[in-house]
Design a binder for this molecule. Sequence first.
Ligand SMILES: [Fe+2]
Length: 251
Amino acid sequence: MLKIFSKKSEEAAKLFFKTDIHSHVVPGIDDGSPSVERSLELIARMKSWGLEKLIVTPHVTQDTFENTPEIISEAYGTLQSGLQDAGIEIDMDYSAEYRIDEMFVEQLEGGIVRRLHGDYLLVENSYIQEPYNIDQILFQVSMKGYHPILAHPERYMYYYDKPKRYNDLHSKGILFQVNLLSLAGYYGKEAKKVAEMLIEKDYVDYLGTDLHRRTHVEVMDKYLRSKDYRRHREKLEGRIKNDEMRGPSEK
Ligand SMILES: [Fe+2]
Protein backbone atom coordinates (compact mmCIF):
# COMPACT_ATOMS: atom_id res chain seq x y z
CA MET A 1 0.00 0.00 0.00
CA LEU A 2 2.77 2.32 1.01
CA LYS A 3 4.61 1.45 -2.20
CA ILE A 4 1.61 2.32 -4.37
CA PHE A 5 1.20 5.60 -2.53
CA SER A 6 4.81 6.64 -2.97
CA LYS A 7 4.82 5.69 -6.64
CA LYS A 8 1.75 7.82 -7.21
CA SER A 9 3.25 10.79 -5.40
CA GLU A 10 6.32 10.58 -7.64
CA GLU A 11 4.22 10.96 -10.76
CA ALA A 12 4.02 14.49 -12.09
CA ALA A 13 0.73 16.22 -11.38
CA LYS A 14 -1.15 17.07 -14.55
CA LEU A 15 -2.49 20.22 -16.07
CA PHE A 16 -6.15 20.22 -17.12
CA PHE A 17 -5.35 21.37 -20.68
CA LYS A 18 -2.93 20.12 -23.29
CA THR A 19 -1.77 23.21 -25.16
CA ASP A 20 0.66 25.79 -23.84
CA ILE A 21 0.80 29.07 -25.75
CA HIS A 22 3.60 30.93 -23.95
CA SER A 23 7.14 29.81 -23.17
CA HIS A 24 10.78 30.70 -23.67
CA VAL A 25 12.29 27.34 -24.52
CA VAL A 26 13.79 28.28 -27.90
CA PRO A 27 17.50 28.19 -27.03
CA GLY A 28 19.84 31.14 -26.89
CA ILE A 29 17.77 34.05 -28.18
CA ASP A 30 16.15 35.56 -25.10
CA ASP A 31 16.25 35.28 -21.30
CA GLY A 32 14.82 31.75 -21.42
CA SER A 33 16.70 28.55 -22.14
CA PRO A 34 20.42 29.17 -22.83
CA SER A 35 21.10 25.89 -24.69
CA VAL A 36 19.47 23.07 -26.64
CA GLU A 37 20.23 20.67 -23.76
CA ARG A 38 18.38 22.87 -21.26
CA SER A 39 15.49 23.30 -23.70
CA LEU A 40 15.13 19.53 -24.00
CA GLU A 41 15.11 19.19 -20.22
CA LEU A 42 12.45 21.91 -19.84
CA ILE A 43 10.30 20.47 -22.63
CA ALA A 44 10.47 16.98 -21.10
CA ARG A 45 9.14 18.46 -17.85
CA MET A 46 6.37 20.27 -19.69
CA LYS A 47 5.39 16.95 -21.28
CA SER A 48 5.23 15.38 -17.83
CA TRP A 49 2.44 17.84 -16.95
CA GLY A 50 0.35 16.41 -19.78
CA LEU A 51 1.09 19.10 -22.33
CA GLU A 52 0.91 17.71 -25.85
CA LYS A 53 1.32 20.88 -27.87
CA LEU A 54 3.62 23.84 -27.27
CA ILE A 55 3.44 27.10 -29.15
CA VAL A 56 6.78 28.57 -28.12
CA THR A 57 7.15 32.34 -27.94
CA PRO A 58 10.59 33.96 -27.75
CA HIS A 59 10.66 37.65 -26.79
CA VAL A 60 10.69 40.29 -29.49
CA THR A 61 11.64 43.43 -27.58
CA GLN A 62 13.35 46.55 -28.84
CA ASP A 63 16.78 47.21 -27.29
CA THR A 64 16.73 43.89 -25.39
CA PHE A 65 15.81 40.92 -27.56
CA GLU A 66 15.73 42.26 -31.09
CA ASN A 67 14.66 39.00 -32.64
CA THR A 68 13.83 38.97 -36.32
CA PRO A 69 11.83 36.18 -38.02
CA GLU A 70 15.15 34.80 -39.36
CA ILE A 71 16.78 34.63 -35.91
CA ILE A 72 13.75 32.93 -34.40
CA SER A 73 13.30 30.43 -37.21
CA GLU A 74 16.99 29.44 -37.12
CA ALA A 75 16.99 28.87 -33.35
CA TYR A 76 13.69 27.02 -33.62
CA GLY A 77 15.24 24.77 -36.29
CA THR A 78 18.12 23.97 -33.94
CA LEU A 79 15.63 23.06 -31.23
CA GLN A 80 13.69 20.83 -33.62
CA SER A 81 16.86 18.92 -34.57
CA GLY A 82 17.72 18.54 -30.89
CA LEU A 83 14.28 17.12 -30.12
CA GLN A 84 14.55 14.72 -33.03
CA ASP A 85 18.03 13.52 -32.03
CA ALA A 86 16.85 12.98 -28.45
CA GLY A 87 13.70 11.16 -29.62
CA ILE A 88 11.39 13.58 -27.78
CA GLU A 89 8.05 13.76 -29.54
CA ILE A 90 5.78 16.72 -29.01
CA ASP A 91 3.57 18.78 -31.27
CA MET A 92 5.23 22.17 -31.54
CA ASP A 93 4.90 25.45 -33.36
CA TYR A 94 6.49 28.82 -32.80
CA SER A 95 5.41 32.41 -32.67
CA ALA A 96 6.71 35.22 -30.45
CA GLU A 97 5.82 37.35 -27.46
CA TYR A 98 5.77 40.84 -28.93
CA ARG A 99 6.48 43.75 -26.61
CA ILE A 100 4.26 46.67 -27.61
CA ASP A 101 6.98 49.01 -28.87
CA GLU A 102 8.37 50.49 -32.09
CA MET A 103 10.00 47.25 -33.19
CA PHE A 104 6.65 45.49 -32.98
CA VAL A 105 5.00 48.24 -35.02
CA GLU A 106 7.76 47.91 -37.65
CA GLN A 107 7.32 44.14 -37.88
CA LEU A 108 3.55 44.53 -37.95
CA GLU A 109 3.72 47.13 -40.73
CA GLY A 110 6.30 45.04 -42.58
CA GLY A 111 3.98 42.04 -42.51
CA ILE A 112 6.57 39.86 -40.77
CA VAL A 113 4.90 39.10 -37.44
CA ARG A 114 4.16 35.44 -36.91
CA ARG A 115 0.76 34.64 -35.49
CA LEU A 116 0.29 32.38 -32.51
CA HIS A 117 -2.53 30.44 -34.15
CA GLY A 118 -5.40 31.51 -36.38
CA ASP A 119 -5.41 35.32 -36.20
CA TYR A 120 -4.01 35.59 -32.69
CA LEU A 121 -0.89 37.47 -31.61
CA LEU A 122 0.67 37.32 -28.15
CA VAL A 123 1.64 40.81 -26.97
CA GLU A 124 3.00 42.17 -23.73
CA ASN A 125 3.25 45.60 -22.13
CA SER A 126 6.33 47.13 -20.63
CA TYR A 127 6.55 46.39 -16.90
CA ILE A 128 7.39 50.00 -16.12
CA GLN A 129 4.45 51.83 -17.61
CA GLU A 130 1.57 51.24 -19.93
CA PRO A 131 2.69 52.04 -23.50
CA TYR A 132 1.42 55.62 -24.05
CA ASN A 133 0.01 54.64 -27.44
CA ILE A 134 -1.33 51.21 -26.47
CA ASP A 135 -4.85 51.92 -27.73
CA GLN A 136 -3.55 53.15 -31.08
CA ILE A 137 -1.23 50.15 -31.51
CA LEU A 138 -3.89 47.65 -30.54
CA PHE A 139 -6.18 49.33 -33.04
CA GLN A 140 -3.45 48.90 -35.70
CA VAL A 141 -3.19 45.23 -34.73
CA SER A 142 -6.89 44.73 -35.32
CA MET A 143 -6.75 46.69 -38.61
CA LYS A 144 -4.12 44.20 -39.78
CA GLY A 145 -6.61 41.44 -39.05
CA TYR A 146 -5.09 40.11 -35.81
CA HIS A 147 -6.63 39.48 -32.41
CA PRO A 148 -4.30 40.52 -29.61
CA ILE A 149 -3.86 38.32 -26.55
CA LEU A 150 -2.28 40.30 -23.71
CA ALA A 151 0.31 38.20 -21.87
CA HIS A 152 0.13 38.19 -18.06
CA PRO A 153 -2.05 41.28 -17.46
CA GLU A 154 -1.79 40.46 -13.74
CA ARG A 155 1.93 41.33 -13.76
CA TYR A 156 1.62 45.01 -14.70
CA MET A 157 1.79 46.77 -11.34
CA TYR A 158 0.62 50.10 -12.73
CA TYR A 159 -2.82 48.53 -13.22
CA TYR A 160 -3.17 47.48 -9.59
CA ASP A 161 -4.63 50.79 -8.45
CA LYS A 162 -6.85 51.08 -11.52
CA PRO A 163 -8.49 47.70 -12.02
CA LYS A 164 -11.05 49.36 -14.27
CA ARG A 165 -8.37 49.33 -16.96
CA TYR A 166 -8.78 45.54 -17.11
CA ASN A 167 -12.47 46.02 -17.86
CA ASP A 168 -11.66 48.61 -20.56
CA LEU A 169 -9.10 46.41 -22.30
CA HIS A 170 -11.11 43.21 -22.08
CA SER A 171 -14.29 44.89 -23.27
CA LYS A 172 -12.36 46.21 -26.30
CA GLY A 173 -11.71 42.62 -27.32
CA ILE A 174 -8.20 42.25 -25.91
CA LEU A 175 -7.97 38.65 -24.68
CA PHE A 176 -6.08 37.87 -21.48
CA GLN A 177 -3.48 35.15 -20.91
CA VAL A 178 -2.73 34.68 -17.22
CA ASN A 179 0.47 32.96 -16.05
CA LEU A 180 0.17 29.78 -14.01
CA LEU A 181 3.23 31.03 -12.12
CA SER A 182 1.18 34.06 -11.02
CA LEU A 183 -1.54 31.78 -9.65
CA ALA A 184 1.23 29.83 -7.91
CA GLY A 185 2.31 33.02 -6.13
CA TYR A 186 5.74 33.09 -7.78
CA TYR A 187 5.64 36.82 -8.62
CA GLY A 188 4.22 37.83 -5.24
CA LYS A 189 0.93 38.19 -3.42
CA GLU A 190 -0.39 41.09 -5.45
CA ALA A 191 0.04 39.39 -8.84
CA LYS A 192 -1.69 36.29 -7.44
CA LYS A 193 -4.53 38.37 -6.03
CA VAL A 194 -5.04 40.18 -9.33
CA ALA A 195 -4.89 36.89 -11.27
CA GLU A 196 -7.60 35.51 -8.97
CA MET A 197 -9.65 38.69 -9.44
CA LEU A 198 -9.41 38.17 -13.21
CA ILE A 199 -10.67 34.60 -12.75
CA GLU A 200 -13.65 35.90 -10.73
CA LYS A 201 -14.47 38.45 -13.44
CA ASP A 202 -14.29 35.69 -16.06
CA TYR A 203 -11.55 37.58 -17.91
CA VAL A 204 -9.10 34.69 -18.17
CA ASP A 205 -9.15 33.48 -21.77
CA TYR A 206 -5.89 31.55 -21.75
CA LEU A 207 -3.34 30.21 -19.30
CA GLY A 208 0.36 30.02 -20.00
CA THR A 209 3.43 28.57 -18.33
CA ASP A 210 5.72 31.45 -19.47
CA LEU A 211 8.43 28.92 -18.67
CA HIS A 212 11.99 30.27 -18.84
CA ARG A 213 14.09 28.22 -16.44
CA ARG A 214 14.43 25.35 -13.97
CA THR A 215 13.15 27.41 -11.04
CA HIS A 216 9.87 27.83 -12.90
CA VAL A 217 9.62 24.05 -13.32
CA GLU A 218 10.06 23.52 -9.59
CA VAL A 219 7.43 26.13 -8.76
CA MET A 220 5.04 24.56 -11.26
CA ASP A 221 5.58 21.04 -9.90
CA LYS A 222 4.74 22.24 -6.41
CA TYR A 223 1.77 24.32 -7.56
CA LEU A 224 0.23 21.40 -9.47
CA ARG A 225 0.04 19.46 -6.20
CA SER A 226 -1.45 22.31 -4.20
CA LYS A 227 -4.95 23.09 -2.96
CA ASP A 228 -4.68 26.40 -4.78
CA TYR A 229 -4.28 24.59 -8.08
CA ARG A 230 -7.35 22.43 -7.41
CA ARG A 231 -9.33 25.56 -6.55
CA HIS A 232 -8.18 27.43 -9.67
CA ARG A 233 -8.74 24.40 -11.85
CA GLU A 234 -12.37 24.10 -10.67
CA LYS A 235 -13.04 27.65 -11.77
CA LEU A 236 -11.14 27.57 -15.06
CA GLU A 237 -11.82 24.12 -16.46
CA GLY A 238 -14.07 24.40 -19.50
CA ARG A 239 -13.56 28.18 -19.61
CA ILE A 240 -10.08 28.73 -20.97
CA LYS A 241 -9.49 28.29 -24.68
CA ASN A 242 -5.92 26.95 -24.88
CA ASP A 243 -6.92 23.71 -26.56
CA GLU A 244 -8.63 25.56 -29.41
CA MET A 245 -5.04 26.10 -30.57
CA ARG A 246 -4.27 22.41 -30.46
CA GLY A 247 -4.88 21.58 -34.09
CA PRO A 248 -2.96 22.94 -37.06
CA SER A 249 -3.50 26.61 -37.73
CA GLU A 250 -5.83 27.24 -40.68
CA LYS A 251 -4.07 30.48 -41.64
FE1 LIG B 1 6.96 35.54 -21.68
